[in-house]
Design a protein around this ligand. Structure first.
Ligand code: ADP
Length: 444
C-alpha cells in the first residue's frame, strides 16, 4: 500500500512538474515574441513621430548599427528606402503578409523563419498618413532556440523537483500509513483510540475492531468449551473407573455389587448423553452446514411427541397438558422436535412433586408461539441471563442427578437462532418457569 501511494504521489508530482514546465515554455515563448513586436512598434512609432521615415538618408546610416532594418514602401509595394539593401534592386513588397495587413488594417505583423531556420525575423508594418507603409524588422534568435538553450537549466530544475517529490512522497506515504499501522497493532487493545486524523475510517475501523473482538470472544468460548467438555467427561469416567476397580479388587460384596453396577450404568448413561449433546452442538457450530427447511405443522409435531413426553412426565409424578391450534412454521422437524424435548425435559426435571407442565401452540398476527410452562422450582433472576450458556447450571447436583448435561438450553438457543425465532424466559423462583419460542409466521 505504501509503495502504491508512493508511486502515485511521484507520478502526480512528475506529471504536474512536466505540464507546468510545458505551459511556462509556451507562455514564455508567447511573451518573448510579443516583446519583440512591441519593441518594433515603439521603433516605428518613434520614426513616425519624428517624420524620419521619409528621410531615408538619416536612417540608412544611423539605424544600421541597431540591428534594425527599416523599409519604406509606397502603396503599390514599391520600395522607397531600405536600411539594408539598395531599393532599386529590391523586388516589389506588395505581397508580403505584414504589408498586406498594414495596407488593409493600418498595422501588420509577421514572423518569418530565415533560411537557417535557427533565427526568426520579426516584421512590423504600419500605414502612414500619406498612404506609404513603414516596416521595421529585426532578426532575433528563434524563441525555440532560446528555450532550447535554457533546456539544461530546465532539466536540472526538473530533476531537482522530481527528487524533492520523491522525498515528499515518501514522507507523505509514511504519514498516511502510520495511523493505519498503529491501528493494526492496537486492534486487540480496545482502549486505544482511533486516530482523529482519519475520521472517515472510523466506521470501518470500528467494524474491524468489533469483528476482531468477536473472533477473540468466539475463540475464548471455544477454549472454555473444550476445557469444560474435558472436565465434564472426566467426572463420570473417573467414577466408572473407581467403581470397577473396587469390584475388580473383590472389595464389593453381595447387595453392594448391585449398587455399584447401578452407579456405573448411571455414569455411563451420563457420559453417553454428554457425548451426544457435544456432537450435536459441534455439528450445529459448523456454519457451512445448511439445515434443510420446510413447512412444519408445530401443533402436529407436539401431538406426535405427546405420548412419550407424557410417559417421561409420569415417571416423575408430573402431569403434562397440551393446548394448541394448528400452526405452520418454516423449519426443520428434527431440530424442532429436539427443541420441544429439551424444553419439556427441563420443565419435568426441574418440577415439584405432583407438578404440572403445559405445552401450548398459539398463533398471533406476526408469530407462531411455542410455550412450555411449568409449576417447578423456578430460576432466580441472577441466573436467568446465563442458563443458555454451555454447561451453565443453577444447581449442578440437581442437574446431574436428573441426568442433565448442562447443554440442553445451549442447543435450544442454537435451534431458535437457526429458525430466526426469538426466545423469552419468565420465571419466578418457587412458582415456575415459562419459556416462549416465537417463530415468524410462515409466508408461503
Ligand atoms: P441441564 O442439562 O443442566 O438441565 P440445560 O441447559 O437444559 O442444562 O439448563 C441449564 C440450567 O437451567 C439447568 O441446569 C437448570 O438449573 C436451569 N433450568 C432450565 N430449565 C429450567 C426450568 N424449567 N426450571 C428451572 N430451572 C431450569
Amino acid at each position: 500500500m505504501r509503495r502504491k501511494i508512493n508511486r502515485q504521489l511521484i507520478t502526480i508530482a512528475i506529471l504536474a512538474t512536466v505540464v507546468t514546465m510545458a505551459l511556462i515554455t509556451v507562455v514564455f515563448r508567447q511573451l518573448l515574441q510579443q516583446q519583440i513586436i512591441e519593441d518594433l512598434k515603439a521603433y516605428a512609432g518613434l520614426l513616425d513621430k519624428a517624420d524620419l521615415y521619409q528621410n531615408t538618408e538619416i536612417y540608412v546610416t544611423d539605424f544600421k548599427a541597431e540591428n534594425v532594418r527599416i523599409t519604406w514602401i509606397d502603396a503599390d509595394g514599391e520600395v522607397l528606402g531600405d536600411t539594408d539593401a539598395n531599393q532599386d534592386i529590391m523586388e516589389n513588397h506588395a505581397k508580403r503578409p505584414e504589408i498586406l495587413e498594414a495596407l488593409a488594417t493600418g498595422e501588420g505583423v509577421d514572423i518569418r523563419k530565415s533560411e537557417t531556420l535557427e533565427d526568426n525575423t520579426y516584421y512590423y508594418a504600419r500605414r502612414m498618413e500619406d498612404g506609404t507603409v513603414l516596416r521595421v524588422a529585426k532578426a532575433g534568435q528563434s524563441t525555440w532556440k532560446i528555450i532550447f538553450s535554457a533546456l539544461p537549466g530546465i532539466f536540472i530544475a526538473l530533476l531537482l523537483m522530481i527528487g524533492l517529490c520523491v522525498l515528499l512522497a515518501r514522507i507523505f506515504a509514511k504519514s498516511i500509513i502510520r495511523p493505519l499501522k498503529e491501528l493494526a497493532s492496537n486492534l486487540d487493545r480496545p482502549e486505544a483510540k482511533i486516530t482523529s486524523e482519519y475520521k472517515e475510517l472510523e466506521p470501518f475501523m470500528q467494524t474491524i475492531r468489533t469483528q476482531h473482538e468477536n473472533i477473540l470472544r468466539a475463540a475464548k468460548v471455544r477454549q472454555d468449551f473444550t476445557a469444560n467438555v474435558s472436565h465434564e467427561l472426566k467426572t463420570p469416567l473417573t467414577a466408572i473407573s473407581g467403581y470397577s476397580e473396587l469390584m475388580e479388587a473383590g472389595m464389593v460384596q453381595g447387595e453392594e455389587v448391585k449398587h455399584y453396577a447401578k452407579e456405573i450404568r448411571h455414569n455411563s448413561n451420563r457420559l453417553l448423553a454428554l457425548i451426544n449433546d457435544i456432537i450435536h452442538l459441534s455439528e450445529m457450530d459448523r456454519t457451512e452446514y445448511a439445515v434443510p427447511m420446510q413447512q412444519v405443522n408445530l401443533a402436529e409435531l407436539v401431538q406426535n411427541n405427546l405420548e412419550s413426553l407424557k410417559m417421561s412426565a409420569e415417571q416423575r409424578n408430573v402431569s403434562l397438558r397440551y393446548v394448541g391450534e394448528s400452526a405452520v412454521v418454516y423449519g426443520n422437524a428434527g431440530l424442532l422436535e429436539e427443541l420441544l424435548w429439551n424444553l419439556c425435559d427441563n420443565a419435568i426435571r426441574y418440577n415439584k412433586e405432583n407438578g404440572m407442565v403445559k405445552v401450548q401452540v398459539e398463533k398471533t398476527k406476526e408469530h407462531v408461539n411455542l410455550l412450555v410452562s411449568d409449576t417447578g422450582i423456578g430460576i432466580p433472576m441472577e441466573h436467568q441471563n446465563r442458563i443458555f450458556e454451555r454447561f451453565y447450571r443453577v444447581d449442578k447436583s440437581r442437574s446431574k442427578e436428573t441426568g442433565g448435561t448442562g447443554l440442553g438450553l445451549a442447543i435450544v438457543k442454537h435451534i431458535v437462532a437457526q429458525h430466526d425465532a426469538e426466545l423469552n424466559l419468565e420465571s419466578t423462583p418457587g412458582e415456575g418457569t415459562k419459556i416462549t419460542v416465537s417463530f415468524p409466521v410462515y409466508q408461503g
